[in-house]
Design a protein around this ligand. Structure first.
Ligand code: SF4
Length: 304
């Protein structure tokens, strides 16, 4: 029997749901029940009936799923898959910044550890960051760990002061995109979409700035795209829209996202490993920060 078939059998036997991030290798996306961005995965996982969630992605994604599904068993097949961007911000940095800027609100990107979320007031995604910041009463916002996303939000919400925490926080995959690459892609007549984790000059040179969810939403707007994000997003988009062309940078690879293999996933389902556990003293405030974002999103949708 092929490993993919064994995975499907184990999944049914364990009553598990397989979740894969958009940046996971194609063969993992192919066996997953749900493919999406980190929040989409966590929210859909919480709504699902399955008592076991297997998160194919990096650690903060599995933690977010656990925060929103505290009673479920959450497994991560590649426990050493981290996120160098999330490592830029620590709870101590947030505590220090709060002393320096009393009255400021702390917004952290979901790409952060559970400990960092626990120290924040509210979380955000790249899709709703501006909306979350606008919803807060505070005029000064401490925003981390991605300084490029902070800069994007500052442009969208000029009435507030956004302080990036730390000023050098970035994702090495997204900051590798250059203005030259954009120029070359434009010369070929392709439309450019970049993720807000790209540097501000790349954002300015692009036709559209969008989260991975936004990229899925706008995929049909034209025939030929240049996608400035992790290269596997091209696989996901092509699967959804086989009639469109999605050009990617083949070197835009997140090494941690590629740590999950079919063998890891098989072992995870077979042996029930590796279970994600978050101590209550971190889980309770971290969940509050994630739920604050979900409530703010619902309020916005109700208003729209
Ligand atoms: S692509 Fe960047 S932000 Fe996403 S998991 Fe990898 S290092 Fe972290």
């Amino acid at each position: 029997m092929m490993i993919q078939e064994e995975i499907q059998e184990l999944k049914v036997a364990r009553k598990a749901l397989i979740l894969a991030h958009n940046y996971q290798p194609g063969e993992i996306q192919d066996v997953a029940d749900i493919v999406g961005d980190s929040l989409e995965l966590a929210v859909k996982a919480a709504e699902a009936d399955e008592p076991v969630l297997v998160v194919c992605g990096v650690r903060f994604m599995a933690e977010t799923a656990k925060l929103l599904s505290p009673k479920k068993t959450v497994l991560i097949p590649a426990p050493d898959a981290g996120c160098p961007l999330s490592d830029f911000l620590t709870p101590e940095m947030i505590h220090d910044a709060r002393q320096k800027y009393p009255g400021a609100a702390v917004v952290v990107y979901v790409n952060s550890s559970a400990e960092v979320k626990a120290a924040a007031d509210i979380t955000c995604t790249s899709a709703n960051a501006a909306e979350v910041v606008r919803s807060l009463a505070a005029e000064t916002i401490l925003f981390g760990p991605d300084a490029n996303l902070a800069s994007f939000v500052q442009k969208q919400v000029p009435e507030k002061r956004i302080i990036p925490l730390p000023p050098e926080g970035h994702c090495y995959v997204h900051t590798a995109f250059t203005e030259d690459q954009i120029r070359d892609a434009k010369a070929k007549g392709w439309r450019i979409v970049c993720h807000p984790e790209c540097r501000p000059p790349v954002q300015s040179a692009s036709d559209l700035i969008a989260s991975t969810g936004g990229m899925v939403q706008h995929a049909c707007d034209c025939d030929e795209w240049y996608i400035c994000t992790e290269r596997e997003m091209g696989y996901r988009l092509k699967k959804l829209h086989p009639d469109r062309h999605f050009h990617v940078n083949p070197d835009a690879i997140c090494k941690d996202m590629k740590k999950t293999t079919l063998e890891d996933l098989h072992r995870s389902l077979r042996d029930g490993i590796f279970e994600v556990e978050i101590p209550d003293e971190i889980a309770v405030p971290a969940r509050k920060a994630v739920e604050a974002m979900i409530t703010s999103r619902r309020r916005e949708h109700d208003r729209a």
